[in-house]
Design a protein around this ligand. Structure first.
Ligand code: DAS
Length: 374
């Protein structure tokens, strides 16, 4: 038998224990991890989350599984929504309330106030840790922003919808609802304002908008989402910068009615007719959904100056959808006209903020301050 040179023999002797150690390590990797010592501390209780259902596609039903866009919204009751996601019981102690059963394009300011009062009442309860609102997607961004302004609570409040009814293939409502409850149950969602979970993303109720009307990735925030939910766990990457909820000067308890505020769209060939009709109908402010930088046609500017003279506020917003930013006195003499600019808020959000702000002051400088701060 050929003997090994001494150096080779030493290396192989050294190698033997290493080989044994490696093998035993590999084998141990194949064994199931030993059960951790049972934690004797009582298991932390699941968070109590209330789901307020208002209707929309997330409660919709279509004739067949191929009907992802042809369906009836606001059909499925909240009990069935909750039963449709049995995994909810693993992440929270959930109960549901049916506040409305409507498509959200039919929301009125009265619906906003009624929903807001119920949210505020629940948020004051010690046995409620978080609130989820299921909602149509059409005006979801308006409701989320409204609640962000008037609910004096740091508890997680999450608005959620779906782009496809539960009867369709690849329906998005179940996972959206699961994500919403996961966020509402999460202590680190506290103090971040009203949130919106759609398509695994977590958005600020202030920034989010419905940018697409027929795909699950419909909701966008011009400044980006705050985070995302992965397998029932929220991950955060940024925080809201504007005043909201417990940091807001507005409180639903002190609002009996929202101020009447309308929106008129700017476009080529525009005339003052809509603005004048809104003023005649009692609008206290008109949001101008202007072209580009909230620009105002020279066919309309004189009429808006006259309306301001009659006490109607003019608020310049922009009709652009991927991130407007209207600057004071840029292309329009706002100081001279005593007009307000909507900052980065789109027209529908500007309407909500003006309708809330005018419940406290009719002063245009106060109104402009509010648009900078919220
Ligand atoms: N009609 C729409 C609404 O209720 C359906 C939806 O997308 O939720 O907002």
């Amino acid at each position: 038998m050929k003997t090994l040179p001494a150096s080779t023999a030493r290396r192989s002797l050294l190698a033997a224990p290493l080989l044994f150690l490696t093998l035993s390590l590999n084998l141990s990797l194949l064994q199931p991890a030993p059960a951790l010592a049972r934690d004797t501390a009582p298991a932390a209780r699941l968070a109590n989350v209330v789901i307020l259902a208002t209707g929309g596609t997330i409660a919709g039903a279509g004739a067949g599984t191929a009907n992802s866009a042809t369906y009836q919204a606001a059909k499925v009751p909240v009990e069935q929504l909750v039963a449709g996601v049995p995994e909810l019981k693993d992440i929270a102690s959930v109960r549901g309330e049916q506040v409305f059963q409507i498509a959200s394009e039919s929301f009125t300011d009265e619906h906003l106030l009624q929903l807001g009062r119920r949210v505020a009442e629940l948020a004051r309860q010690d046995d409620v840790d978080g609130i989820v609102i299921t909602h149509g997607t059409d005006t979801l961004e308006e409701t989320a922003f409204f609640l962000n302004l008037v609910i004096p609570s740091d508890k997680p409040i999450v608005v959620v919808g779906s782009m496809r009814p539960g009867t369709a293939m690849s329906a998005d409502g179940t996972l959206n609802l699961y994500d919403a409850v996961a966020v509402a149950a999460s202590p680190d969602a506290r103090g971040k304002g009203v949130l919106v979970t759609m398509n695994d993303e977590i958005h600020s109720g202030r920034d989010v908008m419905k940018a697409v009307n027929i795909r699950p990735d419909a909701f966008r925030s011009a400044w980006g989402p705050l985070g995302m939910v992965v397998e029932g766990k929220p991950y955060w990457f940024r925080l809201p910068a504007k005043r909201h909820t417990s940091g807001s000067e507005f409180d639903i308890a002190r609002i009996s009615a929202l101020a009447p505020v309308e929106i008129a769209y700017g476009y080529g060939n525009v005339t003052p007719t809509a603005y004048q009709a809104f003023a005649a109908g009692g609008a206290r402010a008109i949001v101008h959904a202007g072209t580009g930088n909230g620009s105002v046609s020279n066919r309309v500017a004189p009429a808006l100056q006259a309306l301001r003279g009659q006490g109607v506020h003019i608020i310049r917003s922009s009709r652009v959808t991927a991130g407007g930013f209207v600057l004071r006195n840029a292309e329009q003499p706002d100081d001279k006209n005593d007009w307000v600019v909507a900052h980065d808020l789109n027209p529908q959000k500007a309407r909500i903020l003006a309708a809330v702000a005018l419940t406290r002051s009719n002063d245009s400088k106060e109104l402009q301050r509010v648009f900078w701060e919220y």
